[in-house]
Ligand binder design. Structure first.
Ligand SMILES: CC(=O)N[C@H]1[C@@H](OP(=O)(O)OP(=O)(O)OC[C@H]2O[C@@H](n3ccc(=O)[nH]c3=O)[C@H](O)[C@@H]2O)O[C@H](CO)[C@@H](O)[C@@H]1O[C@H](C)C(=O)N[C@@H](C)C(=O)N[C@H](CCC(=O)O)C(=O)O
Ligand SMILES: Nc1ncnc2c1ncn2[C@@H]1O[C@H](COP(=O)(O)OP(=O)(O)OP(=O)(O)O)[C@@H](O)[C@H]1O
Ligand SMILES: N[C@H](CCC[C@H](N)C(=O)O)C(=O)O
Ligand SMILES: [Mg+2]
Length: 494
C-alpha cells in the first residue's frame, strides 16, 4: 500500500522523501522490521523507539514515523521521514488503514474488567459457535478463529498491540468470521491499542485491585477501563460491582445491567445451586424466566453466564438456543479446571492472580468443600506489589493450608516476592514456603487426603515460567499429571 494512503486519516509533516513509496508492513518494534517496512517510533516506559532508527535503516525500512527529531543522522536521503504529534495515537489509525478497517466486517464485542474477561469471552464465543456462527476470539488464550489458533501470529499480550490486533482482525475478515469477542485490558486501553476498533458491544465484569504498577494509581486504572464505554453503542454492565454507577455513567448509548445481588438488574439470577461440576440457576428478564445449567464450577460462572446471555441476546440469538448451548460449554483452559485423583482428592488448576479472584474462588469452593482446602500459589514479579500481602492474607484466611511458591518471577528475586506475600499470611503453622513450583505442587498433592481439594492458582494453562528474561517450560497440569502417573492413573475433566 502507498504510504500516502496509509497516512490518509492523520495530520503529518513530510520532513523528507516520497509519500508515494510502497509499504509492505508496519513495524512498531525494531525486531519486526522487514524489507519495505514502515517503522513507527514510540516513546516507551523503558526504551525509546527513536533510538532504533539506525536499525530500521539497516533492516530495510523505507519510511519512518517520528514524533521528535532525534536519530535522524542515520537516515539516508532517499528514506521517507514523517513527523506527527503523537506516534502512539497515530499507530492505531495507521494500522487500521493499512489493513482496510477489518473490524467493520464483523460484529465486535469488547470485554473489560479486572477478572472474568477470558471466562466471559469464552462463554460468548462457545454459545455463538454452538449456534453455527463463525467466531473470532482475541485474548489471554490467544487469537483464534472458532477453536483454531491463527497460526501466522506470534504470542501477543491479552490485548495485542494495535498492529498485531488489526492483522488478526484482517485474517478473521478474510475467513468470513461473523462475530469477534475480544478481551480489552486496561493497558490495551491506556496504550490506545483498540482506538480504531468499531465495537458493537462493550461488557464490564468487575473492578478491583490489579496493575497498580503500570497505572500508578487505582484511579488511572479505573479511568483506563472506563474509556472503553464511550466507544460502544451498546453496553452490558455488572450492577453488583461497587463501581457500576461510574461505568453506567461512561456509556454513550443504550445499556443493560446484570447481577445476582442487585434485583434492579435487567437480567438477574435466582435459585443458585452450585456443585463441583457446575451451576444451576434461574435467569430472570422482563420477557422470560428460564432454568439454566452451566457445567463450569464456581459461583462466578453465574455472573459470567448472565453477561454472556445478555450479549448473545443482543447479537440476535433466542434465549432457548442460548440455554441449550450453555448446557454443552466446556470451561476455558486453566480456569478452575478439575482433575480427580483415584485416591479421592480433587485438584483444581486455576488462573486467579488478583486478590478478588483468589477470594472469590476460595469462597466458591467453601460450599462444595468436604475435606481440607490446600492452596498452592505465588505472585508474579514486575507486577503490582501491593496485591501480594493481600493475597497472602486471603489464602490463609479461606483455606486450611497454604504452600507459597513462585509464579513468574520475571526480573525479581523469588525470595523477595515470597517475603512480600508472607507479610499477609496469618497462622504460621498453616503454611510453608517451597520456592520451586513443581516441588510445591508435589508437596500439596502428597499431603492431600480423600475429599480434600488442592487449588493450584495463578498460572492456569501457562506453559512457561519467566525467570530473569528467559522462559523455561512449566505447566501446572503437566506437573499434576506427572505426579499422578507416578502414583496412579487420572481422570481429567474439562
Ligand atoms: C506496560 C506496557 O503495556 N508496555 C507496553 C509498552 O511498552 P513500553 O512503553 O515499556 O515500551 P518500551 O519497552 O519502553 O519500548 C519503547 C518502544 O521502543 C521499541 N523498541 C524497544 C526495544 C527494542 O529493542 N526495539 C524497539 O523498537 C518498542 O517496540 C516500543 O515501541 O509498549 C510496547 C509497544 O507497544 C508494548 O509491547 C508493551 O507491552 C508489553 C508486551 C507488556 O508486557 N504489556 C503487559 C503489561 C500488558 O499489556 N498487559 C496487558 C494486561 C494483562 C491483563 O490484565 O490481562 C495485556 O493486554 O496483556
Ligand atoms: N466474574 C468473576 N469475578 C471474579 N473472579 C472471577 C470471575 N470469573 C473468573 N474469576 C476468577 O478469576 C480467574 C481469572 O479469570 P479470567 O481468566 O477469566 O480473567 P481475566 O480477566 O481474563 O484475567 P487476565 O487479566 O489475566 O486476562 C479465574 O481463574 C477465576 O478464579
Ligand atoms: N494478565 C496478567 C496475567 C498474570 C498471570 C500471572 N501468572 C503472572 O505472571 O503474574 C498480567 O500480565 O499481569
Ligand atoms: Mg484474560
Amino acid at each position: 500500500m502507498k504510504l500516502q494512503t496509509i497516512l490518509n486519516k492523520i495530520d503529518y509533516t513530510t520532513l523528507q522523501g516520497d509519500v508515494q513509496v510502497n509499504i509492505e508492513s508496519v513495524a512498531y518494534h525494531s525486531g519486526l522490521i522487514q524489507q519495505d517496512s514502515l517503522f513507527i517510533c514510540l516513546e516507551g516506559t523503558k526504551r525509546d523507539g527513536h533510538d532504533y532508527i539506525a536499525q530500521a535503516v539497516m533492516k530495510g525500512a523505507v519510511a519512518i514515523v517520528i514524533q521528535k527529531q532525534v536519530g535522524l543522522e542515520f537516515v539516508p536521503d532517499d528514506m521517507t521521514v514523517i513527523q506527527v504529534d503523537d506516534t502512539r495515537h497515530a499507530l492505531p489509525i495507521i494500522a487500521s488503514q493499512f489493513y482496510s478497517h477489518p473490524s467493520q466486517a464483523f460484529r465486535l464485542v469488547g470485554v473489560t474488567g479486572t477478572n472474568g474477561k477470558t471466562s466471559v469471552s469464552h462463554l460468548i464465543s462457545s454459545i455463538l459457535q454452538y449456534t453455527g456462527r463463525k467466531v473470532g476470539t482475541v485474548g489471554t488464550l490467544g487469537n483464534r478463529i472458532n477453536n483454531e489458533d491463527i497460526k501466522a501470529y506470534r504470542t501477543t499480550p491479552t490485548t495485542p498491540e494495535t498492529v498485531d490486533l488489526q492483522a488478526s482482525f484482517a485474517a478473521m475478515r478474510d475467513q468470513s468470521v461473523t462475530d469477534v469477542v475480544m478481551e480489552v485490558s486496561s493497558m490495551g486501553l491506556k496504550n490506545k491499542r483498540v482506538l480504531e476498533c468499531q465495537f458493537d458491544v462493550g461488557i464490564f465484569t468487575n473492578l478491583s485491585q490489579d496493575h497498580l504498577d503500570d497505572h500508578g494509581s487505582f484511579e488511572d486504572y479505573k479511568e483506563s477501563k472506563l474509556s472503553l464505554f464511550p466507544m460502544c453503542p451498546y453496553s452490558i454492565l455488572n450492577i453488583d460491582d461497587p463501581f457500576a454507577s461510574e461505568f453506567i455513567g461512561a456509556t454513550n448509548g443504550s445499556y443493560e445491567t446484570y447481577g445476582i445481588e442487585n434485583k434492579e438488574a435487567d437480567l438477574n439470577a435466582t435459585g443458585i445451586k452450585s456443585d463441583e461440576k457446575g451451576v444451576h440457576f434461574q435467569v430472570n428478564h422482563k420477557e422470560f424466566q428460564n432454568d439454566v445449567y452451566v457445567p463450569i464450577p464456581g459461583e462466578f460462572t453465574v455472573s459470567n453466564s448472565l453477561a454472556a446471555i445478555c450479549c448473545c441476546l443482543h447479537l440476535g440469538l433466542d434465549i432457548e438456543d442460548i440455554i441449550e448451548a450453555l448446557k454443552h460449554v466446556k470451561g476455558p483452559d486453566g480456569r478452575l479446571q478439575t482433575i480427580h485423583s483415584p485416591e479421592g482428592y480433587t485438584v483444581m488448576v486455576d488462573y486467579a492472580h488478583t486478590p478478588d479472584a483468589l477470594e472469590k474462588v476460595l469462597l466458591n469452593l467453601s460450599p462444595i468443600k468436604k475435606g481440607n482446602i490446600f492452596v498452592v500459589f505465588g505472585c508474579g514479579g514486575d507486577r503490582d506489589r501491593g496485591k501480594r500481602a493481600v493475597m497472602g492474607e486471603i489464602a490463609s484466611r479461606w483455606s486450611d493450608y497454604v504452600i507459597l511458591t513462585t509464579d513468574n518471577p520475571r526480573s525479581e528475586e523469588p525470595a523477595s516476592i515470597l517475603a512480600d506475600v508472607e507479610e499477609g499470611m496469618q497462622a504460621p503453622g498453616d503454611y510453608e514456603i517451597i520456592e520451586d513450583r513443581e516441588e510445591a505442587i508435589q508437596r500439596a498433592l502428597s499431603m492431600a487426603e480423600p475429599r480434600d481439594i488442592v487449588l493450584i492458582a495463578g498460572r492456569g494453562n501457562e506453559n512457561y515460567q519467566e525467570v530473569n528474561g528467559s522462559k523455561r517450560s512449566l505447566n501446572d497440569f503437566d506437573v499434576v499429571e506427572r505426579f499422578m502417573n507416578q502414583h496412579t492413573s487420572t481422570i481429567k475433566e474439562g
